[in-house]
Design a binder for this molecule. Structure first.
Ligand code: HEC
Length: 157
């Protein structure tokens, strides 16, 4: 049984040591979303849904719960944020051209309708990020209206 004890002590030491590995934080501030919000005009309810379900991985600001600061959870999270932002970053909206904005909204509509976002590994922990059928439909409707602005069609009022 000595080896179990040794193993546990080593594992504990490793766990303590990895806490000191620096991890980049995604804390650029919610102001970075101003352009996106001004252009796509989500209602207050839609904004609340984006905030609780999407911005953590698709904007420059993540709301970190306490456990997400602990290694190795923080490595895993930082990786998802990097990957999520690379594909779609609402904070980067002013740098996207209209074609790209239109395409990203088209994909967001699919994500809402087909239910592949937010990631399951995320809703497993963030229960409030999981969307109901009605919320998905509501968000898809908002994204469809927002798309009109970029596809050259008449703008919604
Ligand atoms: C836990 C992090 C996380 C959350 C929360 C999250 N996403 Fe994602 N999203 C990702 C990652 C990682 C990718 C890229 C890999 C993939 O497609 O699985 C992605 C890809 C996407 C894409 C595809 C973009 C492209 O051009 O390929 C869309 C659209 C999208 N997400 C929309 C959303 C929406 C809308 C929400 C909120 C309802 C959301 N995501 C919530 C991590 C996340």
């Amino acid at each position: 049984m000595v080896w179990i004890k040794r193993f546990l002590i080593l594992a504990l030491i490793a766990l303590v040591v990895i806490q000191f590995i620096p991890v980049e934080k995604n804390e650029g501030g919610y102001e970075s979303l101003d352009t996106f919000i001004a252009e796509t005009k989500p209602s207050e309810e839609a904004q609340a849904i984006l905030m609780s379900s999407c911005y953590d991985c698709h904007s420059n600001q993540t709301d970190y719960p306490w456990y997400s600061k602990i290694a190795p959870v923080n490595f895993w999270l930082a990786d998802h944020i990097k990957d999520g932002k690379r594909h779609l970053n609402f904070s980067d909206w002013s740098n996207y051209n209209d074609k790209r904005k239109d395409h990203k909204l088209e994909e967001a509509i699919e994500a809402f309708e087909e239910g592949w976002m937010p990631l399951e590994s995320y809703t497993f922990i963030h229960k409030d990020a999981d969307l109901t059928e009605e919320q998905r439909e509501f968000m898809a409707t908002w994204a469809k209206a927002a798309r009109l602005r970029y596809s050259g069609a008449a703008q919604p009022q």
